[in-house]
Design a protein around this ligand. Structure first.
Ligand code: ADE
Length: 416
């Protein structure tokens, strides 16, 4: 594809997502007039997708200077990066398949633009800023974090007294994790498995490791496609929820011989490891939708394997000494972004509306926040829900005056 065709294709795809993101659209329209981000420099490390492009263009419409790099080496949509750079003038440092070295160089390039605000997805920028005591650290007013994994890392930094500026946990807004993590990860993960393998999911046994919001979404969608779903969970309450949601709950050692498809979504490391691989069925498929590529221990799998070879796009075959083959998707990286297109625009609309409104709040009100992980203001969370409902044409039932008074009273109890 010629460079101009690539830019054109990227522009078309961004427009496709734009149509499906009415809440971010409405914010951008208001910002074009108000320009609340005039003079603000934003450094964003997000998956470089069509949906991220819509957010970046909204920030630009609000007056911000935006620099963007990828939050995963395999998630960049190159035509989107090309369009952002060449059509829309947004400094974009990302190429699909970047090496680990290049990935961090791209983050450094974003930091070299001297951002005031950081938008992170997985906390790699914030981690780098703090670990290298970067010169840019002192000018950062605040940051936002998009993912569960990133928020966990940031809480660990906070607990160790290491966090130097406030970070707003966008992931923890209701209008983010209840929808993006559940419906976005659920659909895009199953989409990626089907695109990469073309397997019939109906009738298979799918093992889902992790029953957080992402795991719930994946388990529900796999069940909806006709799979028998087995959940592996370390947390007693979540395990109980999975059991009462009707899933079989097992430990990984018990699940290993039964699974046809294994999906990790825990945010932890070494979830499927050396002792599990030999127990698996011939032709089992393994993939990960957690943020980092550490959930399936591919170092140990490689040590066990007699050969490793690509067999389809996004699929590698690991042959074990027993003669069995295990198939790993997308090198154990976020399968939904590497082998499909990530979450659909409709759900990113809510996640990125939160990002946008939080950045506006930070820029406009300059709230005095401690260097800690901070909740998204309730008013923003509810505003995103209302805007989304409005865009979907869904009305809310209004409270009557009598109901309002009843909700505030304590005198009324059991009617005699
Ligand atoms: N994370 C998951 N899906 C995404 C998408 N489509 N764009 C940006 N970040 C994402």
């Amino acid at each position: 594809m010629s460079p101009s065709d690539q830019v054109d294709r990227g522009r078309q795809r961004i427009l496709w997502a734009h149509r499906r993101m009415p809440v971010v659209q409405a914010i951008a329209r208001r910002w074009e007039v108000d320009r609340p981000l005039q003079g603000v420099a934003i450094g964003a490390c997000l998956h470089v997708t069509t949906e991220t492009a819509v957010l970046a263009l909204a920030l630009q419409a609000g007056g911000a200077r935006v620099a963007l790099c990828a939050s995963n080496p395999l998630s960049t949509q190159d035509e989107v990066a090309a369009a952002l750079r060449d059509e829309y003038g947004i400094a974009t440092f990302a190429r699909r398949g970047d090496s680990g070295q290049q990935y961090y160089d791209n983050i450094r390039s974003v930091l070299a633009t001297l951002p005031d605000l950081i938008m992170d997805d997985g906390a790699d920028v914030i981690g780098l800023l703090h670990s290298q005591k970067s010169a840019g650290l002192s000018r950062i007013l605040a940051a936002t974090e998009e993912t569960t994994t990133g928020v966990n890392r940031l809480r660990a930094m906070q607990d160790q007294g290491k966090l130097a500026f406030p970070v707003i946990a966008v992931n923890d807004a209701h209008t983010k994790h209840l929808f993006d993590n559940r419906y976005g990860t659920g659909q895009s993960t199953m989409d990626a498995i089907v695109r990469a393998t073309n397997v019939l999911v109906a009738g298979t046994t799918v093992v889902v490791a992790g029953y957080g919001w992402c795991g719930r979404g994946v388990a529900a969608r796999a069940r909806g496609m006709g799979a028998r779903v087995c959940v592996v969970e370390v947390d007693p309450i979540r395990a109980l929820e999975a059991a009462m949601d009707g899933f079989q709950v097992m430990d990984m050692a018990g699940a290993a011989p039964h699974g046809d498809i294994f999906i990790t979504v825990t945010g932890n490391t070494g979830v499927i490891r050396r002792e599990h691989f030999p127990a698996m069925k011939d032709s089992a498929i393994l993939c990960n939708s957690g943020h980092f590529n550490v959930e399936i221990d591919l170092v140990e799998l490689k040590e066990l394997a007699v050969s490793v070879r690509p067999v389809r796009e996004h699929v590698e075959e690991y042959r074990l000494p027993s003669g069995k083959s295990l198939f790993v998707l997308a090198q154990g990286r976020l399968v939904n972004l590497a082998a499909a297109e990530g979450h659909p625009a409709e759900v990113m609309d809510m996640s990125f509306a939160n990002q946008a409104l939080v950045v506006e709040w930070l820029a406009r009100e300059r709230p005095q926040l401690a260097p800690a992980v901070v909740r998204v203001p309730e008013s923003i969370d509810r505003a995103v829900a209302r805007l989304k409902l409005e865009a979907m044409g869904i009305p809310l039932e209004p409270l009557t005056e009598k109901q309002r008074a009843y909700m505030r009273s304590w005198q009324e109890g059991t009617t005699a």
